[in-house]
Structure formats: C-alpha cells, structure tokens
Design a protein around this ligand. Structure first.
Ligand code: SF4
Length: 243
C-alpha cells in the first residue's frame, strides 16, 4: 500500500490495526514534539475524512484544538514540500479539523471504570492528559483546578483574541467525555489538603500544577505598585478583571 492510498477499508480497520501507525515516520513527524502522525492525518483531511483525521491527531495530542492555535509548528520546518516551494500548512489543517469536528472525535471510554480513584491537581495539559490516559484504562480520575475553568495557561493566561475559550472547551469536553471528573475553584493546599484527598478515598495523587510563576527581572523598582508580574497581568486579563 502506498502512503497516500488510504481506502475506506483501511479507515474502518484503524482501531484494530497498527499498520498505518507503523509506517516509516516522515520528517515532519520527527520534528513534531509529540510525534503526531502528520502524514496520515493530513492525507485523511485532504480526502475529507475529518473525523478520522481528528482521531489520528488525538492519539498523540489530546489538546488538538489548542495546538491548532498556538503550536509553533516545527513540523512545517521539516516538510518535504519545502524542497519545492513552501511547506504544507500542517497546523492550519489541524486547526480546521479540530475546530470543525473535535467535539465529535471518537471517545474511547471503557465500559467498566472501577480501578482506583486518582486525584490530579491541576487541569492544565499535563493534568488533563494524565486523567484521560487513566480513564482510558479503567481508573477513576478527578481533576482539581483552582481556576473556574480547565485548560491551564491556554484558558487562564493566553488572551482571548489568540485563544477563544470555546476552542479550549473543545479539547476539555472531549477529555471529560472519557469519564474524567473535573472540580474547579478548588485550590489544593488552601481549600483541601493532600491528606484530605487520600483520607477521602483517593488511592493516588498526581501533582500537575505546572510552573505558572512569573520570572522577574533583576532590576530596581520591581516593588512599585504599577509593576505587575506577567502571569498576574495575563490572568487578570483572561478573567476580565481590572488590571
Ligand atoms: S502543528 Fe505542532 S503539534 Fe501539530 S504536527 Fe506540527 S509540530 Fe506537531
């Protein structure tokens, strides 16, 4: 089978075969930080198989819609089409597919989820991705988030003109559909402790809080009332608070 000859039978067998996944990696895939199967999802999108395309993307990238907006697309630096004229707009194809059918991507939720309850602190990409993988193999993850929304920096610090909240929700809702519970407005260490989680039935706790602290410049005057750390500024902006 040639790479670009994907038949409807091939698509139908995606869930039962790794043949397409095992094809030799293209240069774009090597450059992608998550090694997304670029060639397959671009081929599927080109053939109008958008739902199958998003399913392939999401095998490596739960936050497909978010990445469709903000990934710096190193895959395109390695696109073979550069030898001819310019790279395929890989990220834009992902953005189109994710925003059009991302909500309807296949949900691979097991019938029985009766393994241990796991508490995950932080609903950013790391915490939500961990919750997704745990739910897929039968665990019962609950994600605790101090902000009112899930998505991490994408939802709480990237300005809306660059990352509309609805785009983050596409990925978050798809993850939640796998049996992930989300509890927002709860700050662990303030509203609850790790001990209270383990005493409350959670058998494991994953700390996925990220590094959302601003890095300050070593210059005088930082304590001035009009000097704001960048994260505080962006978060206030994202939640439309007075800056
Ligand atoms: S746009 Fe980013 S996430 Fe998507 S394939 Fe390229 S490098 Fe990977």
């Amino acid at each position: 089978m040639r790479d670009f000859d994907i038949t409807s039978e091939d698509i139908a067998s995606f869930s039962s075969t790794t043949e397409l996944m095992e094809r030799e990696w293209a240069p774009c895939r090597h450059n992608c930080p998550v090694h997304a199967d670029v060639r397959t999802y671009i081929e599927l999108a080109a053939q109008g198989h958008w739902k199958e395309s998003i399913d392939v993307i999401r095998r490596h990238l739960p936050f497909a819609a978010v990445c469709g907006r903000i990934c710096h697309h190193p895959c395109e630096d390695n696109c073979r089409r550069n030898d001819v004229d310019e790279p395929i707009a890989i990220r834009e194809v992902k953005r189109f597919v994710a925003e059009h059918v991302g909500k309807n991507a296949t949900v691979d939720r097991p019938e029985i989820q009766d393994k241990a309850k796991v508490a995950i602190i932080g609903a950013g990409p790391a915490g939500m991705s961990a919750a997704l993988e745990l739910a897929k193999i039968g665990y019962r993850p609950t994600v605790f988030e101090k902000f009112p929304v899930a998505g991490g920096i994408a939802a709480t610090a990237i300005p809306k003109y660059r990352m509309p909240q609805g785009v983050v929700r596409i990925d978050v809702d798809w993850i939640l559909a796998h049996g992930v519970e989300l509890k927002t407005n709860i700050e662990i260490g303030k509203d609850k402790t790790i001990d209270s989680l383990t005493n409350g039935g959670f058998e494991a706790v994953l700390i996925a809080t990220g590094l959302a602290k601003s890095r300050m410049l070593p210059i005088p005057g930082l304590k001035h009332k009009y000097v704001l750390p960048v994260m505080e500024f962006l978060t206030n902006l994202a939640f439309e608070k007075k800056v």
